[in-house]
Design a protein around this ligand. Structure first.
Ligand code: BGC
Length: 488
């Protein structure tokens, strides 16, 4: 290792250049596409003209049982089908990203989403609408796989957390824009679906104009280009230490990354690539993001007030993500995860208890529930939301495939929750909040015991973190024992 096995960035020279910040902002725009999708799909199911056009049955608000709502199954499939396509696309993207570079995947993501938006916005029949969803799903798979990876590799280690979280910030801005557009729903469903083309165009432009990452150039043998780029993005000629670390990491890379991630020495990465997105979805966040309108209507608000509440939660989501950007490189990742775990647990328990004891809710209790939801959303937004994309835990060898698996698992469980939530609400009633609270407890314990702190560690030095961890060290061969204390 160029820095002799030390775990800090001190031997890396250079500064945070405006070039790198700009490249990261452009790349992060990829998050707008998925955010817009998350936010818009819930609202579509309330648009009478849309429901009529495709012969969907509208929601049955007069269901005899307070918690139950009969919903057209095809409508649920409309909301969640693109996640199934996204699973396959993200795994495919992990190959493209590794072999042809990060930019090409970002470009594919942008173009496919653009085609998807045009097809859905212009849909004349159900087939065209579904084809649009499929194209959009492919775009989301590519974008979510490549963009966080791009940010992690471009960022200087000192502010890597903040730059990766720009992706989540873009997601939350996308959700908020979609909520506002739903609130104004007003311009009709074609525009709501078609506007997804705007972030897709930004992403496509990013794919054309962004530089490749130095790590990807080195991985593909373009050494001189990589050195020149490092000099430019770090604003110094003294890039030897970082260059050598990336080169060393690329020499370890194997031909079949799918095989590599299943090797014993990569067990921690495999476990994190599956458990983090699984847990992220089992915080229950998408019950709120997709079904906020249904929930707020159940609370007794009219359609307008419900949309308004959805806009409020969307705004809280954006603001709290800014908190994550501010603190992630100061306090570290674990502190955010653990603090938020406590906050999410107590708010979900409180919401469950209010629903259990007081039904139907009076207006003032309904307002208390909305406040609790905002507190819950804010804690998600500075923990599992952004940190679910913290792909710095992977080595160069496993990064592309690791992120592919991460996105695939994320989409799989987004799909599961989107499909199951209304049925769960009907059968478990207020118990659903205790259900998610229990998962929050489990995931917080998981973080406490199994997730090491990765703040300020150079990205190509991550193996050292696993090697020092009390549990994971048994999986990772000890090549270069460091003199630092062990990490939790
Ligand atoms: C999650 C989405 C979620 C969003 C909310 C993302 O990190 O992957 O499922 O809807 O955060 O902000």
């Amino acid at each position: 290792m160029a820095n002799g096995g030390g775990l800090t960035t001190e031997l890396y020279k250079g500064r945070t250049t405006s070039y790198v910040i700009l490249a990261c902002i452009v790349a992060a725009c990829g998050g707008l596409t998925i955010g817009y999708e998350i936010g818009i799909s819930g609202g579509m199911t309330f648009m009478p003209a849309f429901l009529e056009k495709f012969n969907f049955h509208s929601r049955d608000d007069d269901s005899p049982f307070y918690y139950c709502q009969n919903e057209d199954k095809r409508l649920i499939i409309f909301t969640s089908s693109l996640y199934l396509v996204g699973i396959a696309a993200s795994l495919l993207a992990s190959h493209v990203t590794k072999i042809y570079g990060r930019r090409l995947s970002i470009l594919c993501g942008g173009l496919c989403s653009l085609v998807g938006a045009v097809l859905s916005g212009a849909a004349q029949n159900l087939a065209m609408l579904i084809l649009g969803r499929i194209m959009h799903g492919i775009g989301l798979g590519f974008g979510n796989q490549a963009v966080p990876l791009y940010l992690a590799e471009m960022a200087p280690a000192k502010i890597r957390g903040a730059l990766i979280i720009m992706f989540q910030l873009a997601i939350t801005i996308g959700i908020l824009c979609a909520n506002l557009i739903n609130y104004g729903s007003l311009w009709g469903w074609r525009l709501s679906l078609g506007l997804a083309g705007v972030p897709a165009i930004l992403m496509t432009m990013g794919g054309f104009f962004l530089p490749e990452t130095p790590n990807s150039l080195i991985e593909r043998g373009r050494y001189e280009e990589a050195r020149r780029l490092l000099t430019k993005i770090r604003g110094t000629e003294e890039v030897d230490a970082e260059y050598e670390d990336i080169k060393e990491a690329s020499e370890l890379a194997v031909t079949n990354p799918f095989k590599a991630i299943f090797q014993r020495k990569n067990r921690p990465q495999l476990v994190m690539a599956t458990m983090i997105p699984f847990f992220q979805q089992f915080t229950g966040i998408n019950a709120i993001m997709f079904y906020a309108l249904v929930l707020f209507k159940k609370l007794g608000f009219g359609t307008d007030a419900s949309l308004y509440s959805a806009v409020i939660t969307g705004a809280v989501n954006v603001m709290a993500t800014l908190v994550a950007i501010t603190f992630v490189d100061k306090c570290g990742r674990r502190a955010l995860f653990l603090e938020a775990g406590v906050q999410m647990f107590f708010t979900q328990m409180a919401i469950g208890l209010i629903f259990a004891i007081i039904t139907p809710l009076s207006k003032s209790f309904a307002v208390i529930v909305v406040i609790m939801i905002c507190i819950y959303v804010s804690s998600f937004a500075w923990s599992w939301g952004p940190l679910g994309w913290l792909i710095e835990i992977f080595t160069l060898e496993t990064r592309s495939v690791g992120q592919g698996i991460n996105v695939a698992v994320n989409f799989l469980f987004t799909f599961v929750i989107a499909q199951a939530f209304l049925a769960m609400l009907c059968h478990m009633t207020y118990g659903i909040f205790f259900f998610f609270a229990a998962w929050v407890l489990v995931m917080s314990l998981f973080v406490y015991f199994f997730l090491p702190e990765t703040k300020s560690i150079p990205i190509e030095e991550m193996t050292s973190v696993w090697r020092r961890h009390w549990y994971w060290k048994r999986f990772v061969p000890d090549e270069d024992p460091p003199a630092l204390p062990s990490y939790k």
